[in-house]
Design a protein around this ligand. Structure first.
Ligand code: MOS
Length: 746
């Protein structure tokens, strides 16, 4: 491929870094258009019932109010097609303004549109809604007998599954057991820096431009076009930057449809931005999970049976299931496995993916249970995992595409100093009196590739633009695309500009499931290869061809020049070639999709996470004092950004383990801590300075082109269990209910 110095696999600063830190990057709520008005949502204050009357008389008289949007004057929205919301795909299938029913506290009943945001907000507070309250469903355990057993998650992952016969083993074999231990995780809410935000701009009544904070412009385009009955090409979605998403954004959410409807009725552009409290009811959440794990092993620590059952909830309007057991089938070698998910519909907002959906809470349970059984067996926790090492994916008996988990355990153990750990709980004390614990866990995350496309445009000045309808959520997509072009076409990165976040660009998947690099990267390479072929043809065959007579196979491309490998005097720059051939620009498109290997092999990333905690025995305060994470994610394309993603992922894990949790009021269905003062996320002082992230950097040769698998989300997987296991080691207390707050330890 390229003959220039490598750009893939070397640390590179973010190409958009300066824009983001200087505030010049444009986010959805930064876009301004002439005549823009502001919307503020009208939300239900009860969680269940019927709207009897919306009294807007006072609100109408408030200063600056242009109109009030409710079901009475809203445009009629069309039902979304099954493919967008069916089969467990995330996203609300119920559109706003369908009827007068209320299904959760905070449901969107309309919006006030005013000249300024403050006026809209003030007037929204003056809208009086009268309700006929309904029966309230908030008690997950109390309603467990009404649970359904959903079939699939996101249309592809089975939620009920088994191999072998767990019950027989349980009834007949006298192994060492961990009997139906229960692990639970609370409701968690997405709290990216940037809240949901939309600016809807109609052009006439049949063309729409929507700036919206989304990690799926293509999916959002389908949702909006379907809801408003527009031809898909009449809807353009633009989102060049996202201020994080935590797994939210990109599905069907009511708030941006309300913004579009508001712009329709006032015939002006409308900007609608969610407040922080609205992030707790308007854009998904992770549902509470109550998981039971049963494990049985022989005295040598070989697993004989593994059961993982999840009870969780969704809203009354959609059945989304947190897939906690999705990877339990694959992690360890075990002949008898049973996973099960049960779902209760409650009067809470609709959940959606959040930061390794399923794996994050699922591995808290599984990896805590593995630690517990290792203690019972009196086997070192790493040794116990090695005795159950899966040499293939026993879920469907497929070989791994590439797996070096053992090296992760070994390197991590050496780095954290595992061998000098006294396994006895409570045996290690700091000079300051704090209890010291070391814990570990396995991390696994699927490595997926999805179909994607890209376009490259070479200009006469030799610069190259690359476009794809993908997304930058702060993780480095702009940089990744730039690196791929620089590598493929042998130009320096500063000659390349990446453009993304626009439905006018070639299609790309939702930025989720850590799929982007493995999906968009190969598409960019394909586009570059197509451009390269065009350049070589022009240089060899074109009018006044500079390299005429040369064999195409002898042509090399480096430093923005096309040259003959045989005859070094024959050479032409990209710019001169375009000038000579009379082209202003030269474009090429390319696409990539998963190859045959995806049917035959099991693609996963792996890791081992180790933490040290110190626990104040009087105050119960847990501090994570050291972290060592070692990961096998295939080839690392940019060590600087890869490390940064893992720091973020593991920090998510610290938050999940020690502080995050949304508290519902069972009597009203309200979320009582819907703000960042009471819903805690980790800050810099919660993250230890001694934070080691390492990659094995072994290319997965079965992965498309470059051998890179996804990373990012794998960071949160296992981290909460490693912390809980370290807390057990420090204190002898096994905390099975997250977050591990001080009250649970004193
Ligand atoms: Mo992740 S929440 O699957 O983007």
């Amino acid at each position: 491929m390229a003959q220039s110095p490598a750009v893939l696999g070397t640390p590179r600063q973010r190409v958009d870094g300066k824009l983001t830190v200087t505030g010049t990057a444009v986010y959805a709520s930064d876009f301004k258009v002439d005549g823009m008005a502001y919307g503020c949502l009208i939300q239900s204050t009860i969680a269940s019932g019927t709207v009897v009357e919306i009294d807007q008389s006072e609100a109408e008289k408030a200063p600056g109010v242009i109109a009030i949007l409710t079901r009475q004057n809203a445009p009629k929205l069309q039902a979304l097609p099954e493919e967008l919301t069916g089969n467990g795909e995330p996203g609300e299938s119920r559109l706003p303004f369908q009827d007068d029913q209320v299904f959760f506290q905070g449901q969107h009943l309309g919006a006030v549109i005013a000249e300024t945001f403050e006026q809209a907000r003030e007037a929204a507070a003056l809208v009086r809604v009268r309700y006929q309250p309904g029966e309230l469903r908030t008690d997950l355990l109390g309603l467990a007998d009404q649970a359904i057993e959903p079939r699939m998650w996101a249309g592809r992952t089975k939620l009920q599954d088994k191999r072998g016969d767990v019950d027989w083993v349980w009834a007949n074999m006298p192994q060492v057991r961990l009997v139906d231990e229960t692990y639970s995780t609370p409701i968690e809410n997405h709290n990216p820096i940037e809240p949901g935000a939309a600016l809807a701009v109609w052009d006439g009544t049949d063309h729409l431009m929507l700036h919206v904070s989304t990690r799926g412009v293509d999916l959002t385009q389908k949702v909006v076009a379907a809801a408003f009955g527009l031809p898909i090409e009449n809807v353009r979605i633009v989102c060049p930057f996202i201020g994080g998403h935590f797994g939210s954004k990109g599905f069907s959410w009511s708030y941006f449809l309300v913004a579009v409807a508001a712009a329709r009725i006032v015939n002006r552009p409308v900007r609608l931005v969610l407040s922080r409290p609205q992030m707790f009811d308007s854009m998904g959440q992770r549902a509470r999970t109550i998981q039971t794990i049963g494990l049985a092993a022989d005295e040598n620590g070989k697993l004989a049976a593994l059961k993982h059952s999840t009870l969780t909830h969704s809203s009354m309007i959609y059945q989304y299931t947190e897939p906690c057991g999705s990877l339990t089938r694959s992690v360890y070698s075990c002949p008898n496995v049973q996973i099960n998910h049960r779902l209760v519909q409650l009067d809470f907002t609709t959940p959606c993916p959040m930061r390794a959906p399923g794996e994050a809470p699922g591995f808290f349970a599984l990896e805590s249970a593995m630690d517990e059984l290792a203690v019972k067996l009196n086997i070192d926790p790493i040794e116990f995992r090695m005795r159950n090492y899966a040499d293939k994916d026993e879920f469907d008996q497929r070989p791994w595409s590439s797996k070096h988990l053992k090296e992760c355990y070994d390197r991590g153990a050496a780095k954290i100093g595992w061998s000098s750990r006294n396994p006895k709980p409570g045996s290690t004390k700091d000079p300051d009196g704090r209890l010291v614990g070391l814990g570990m866990a396995t991390a696994v995350y699927p490595a997926r590739q999805q179909p994607a496309a890209a376009k490259v445009i070479l200009s006469k000045d030799g610069s190259i633009v690359v476009q794809s309808a993908t997304h930058e959520s702060g993780t480095g997509t702009y940089t990744m695309m730039t690196q791929f072009v620089a590598d493929s076409l042998g130009v320096s990165m500063d000659r390349v500009r990446s453009e993304l976040g626009d439905t006018q660009f070639p299609p790309a998947p939702v930025n989720g499931g850590s799929v982007l690099t493995a999906s968009v990267g190969p598409a960019v390479v394909a586009a570059c290869t197509a451009l390269r072929d065009k350049l070589i043809s022009l240089a060899v065959d074109g009018p006044s061809a500079a390299l005429s007579g040369q064999a195409k196979t002898d042509i090399v491309i480096t430093d923005g020049r096309i040259s003959s490998a045989k005859d070094t005097s024959k050479s032409i720059s990209f710019s001169d070639l375009l000038t000579n051939t009379g082209n202003q620009t030269l474009e090429a498109e390319g696409s990539a999709k998963p190859g045959d290997a995806y049917q035959k092999l099991a693609f996963f990333s792996f890791g081992a996470i180790f933490v040290e905690v110190k626990v104040d025995p009087d105050l119960g305060e847990v501090r994570v004092t050291r972290v060592v994470g070692v990961y096998d994610v295939g080839k690392v394309l940019n060590p600087l950004l890869a490390r940064s993603q893992m720091l973020g992922g593991i920090t998510f894990g610290i938050g999940m383990a020690l502080m995050e949790g949304t508290i519902p009021d069972m009597a009203t269905g309200r979320m009582v801590n819907a703000n960042l003062a009471e819903y805690h996320v980790p800050v810099s002082t919660d993250v230890p300075p001694d934070f080691v992230v390492e990659f094995l950097d072994m290319p997965d040769t079965n992965m498309a082109d470059n051998g890179a698998r996804g990373l990012g989300e794998i960071g949160i997987v296992g981290a909460p269990a490693a912390i809980a296991n370290a807390v057990y080691h420090a204190t002898g207390k096994r905390i099975r209910d997250l977050p591990i707050t001080p009250d649970k330890l004193v």
